[in-house]
Write a protein that binds this ligand. Structure first.
Ligand SMILES: [Zn+2]
Length: 246
């Protein structure tokens, strides 16, 4: 009884102290800049003067593998964790992007269901993320939503999914360029990784939708019955910048 009364008294004091510290001049609290986000049209501004994202993708052998997040769990091989995914590892040096003179090497691309980014509350069935890293370690991710329609080269990647704790799926001499939409216009914002440790400072470049066959979507959704997408995070005043293809 005494102890619970003491706890009830001390906790609000501790909370007040924390708030005072966070609001002080030396420790200004900063709003989180997390990903993904739900993009409302009002948060988008148009700026054709920003530097172009130059995409230089070539051909690569791919290793499609299942990325585990539950290796310590003895039942993990049969358990779908929402941060797990199917990831295609590309050969070093086969793809990169350049932004304002800085080169970012393509390391891998992977998939989420449903899409992590939403537009005016609407999600797509799948989303592809192409993860690039600069020599200084800065991350740049291209996001491409996928919806049901005509088959595309993306279907070839997801034709056979790598099982958790099983063999990787090898794809020889894949033309990476065919995975992106023709329109290289981008919607840009600063965010974070969408899986732990949710590190911020990630430059996001969202591109136009591509289509895959309904069978491909069903196969991927069948693997991740509860989805493997993080829910949208608050924009906290961030704006997105639309840069058209020039
Ligand atoms: Zn991702």
């Amino acid at each position: 009884m005494t102890r619970s009364r003491l706890t009830a008294f001390v906790l609000p004091l501790a909370l007040a102290g924390f708030l005072l510290t966070a609001g002080g001049t030396t420790a200004q609290s900063r709003q989180p800049s997390q990903s993904p986000v739900d993009i409302s049209p009002g948060a988008i501004r148009f700026d054709p003067t920003l530097p172009r994202l130059e995409v230089s993708y070539g051909h690569s052998d791919l290793d499609l593998e299942y990325i585990r997040k539950d290796a310590a769990d003895s039942n993990g091989c049969g358990t779908r964790n929402h941060e797990e995914t199917e990831e295609a590892v590309v050969r070093p040096g086969t793809g990169h992007v350049t932004l304002a003179g800085v080169r970012y090497e393509l390391e891998q691309f992977h998939f989420h269901t449903p899409s992590e980014h939403r537009f005016a509350g609407r999600a797509d069935p799948l989303e592809m993320h192409f993860v690039h890293r600069s020599a200084a370690g800065k991350l740049l991710v291209i996001g491409v939503p996928l919806r049901a329609g005509a088959a595309s080269p993306v279907d070839r990647v997801l034709a056979r999914l790598a099982p958790e704790c099983g063999e990787t799926v090898a794809l020889a001499d894949f033309d990476l360029n065919t995975l992106l939409p023709r329109d290289r216009g981008t919607l840009r914002y600063n965010g974070s990784l969408t899986t732990a440790p949710f590190t911020e400072g990630v430059q996001w470049f969202l591109m136009a939708e591509r289509t895959v066959s309904p069978a491909t979507i069903a196969r991927f959704q069948g693997l991740f019955g509860d989805g493997n997408a993080r829910s949208p995070q608050p924009l906290n005043g961030r704006r997105l910048t639309a840069v058209p293809q020039i």
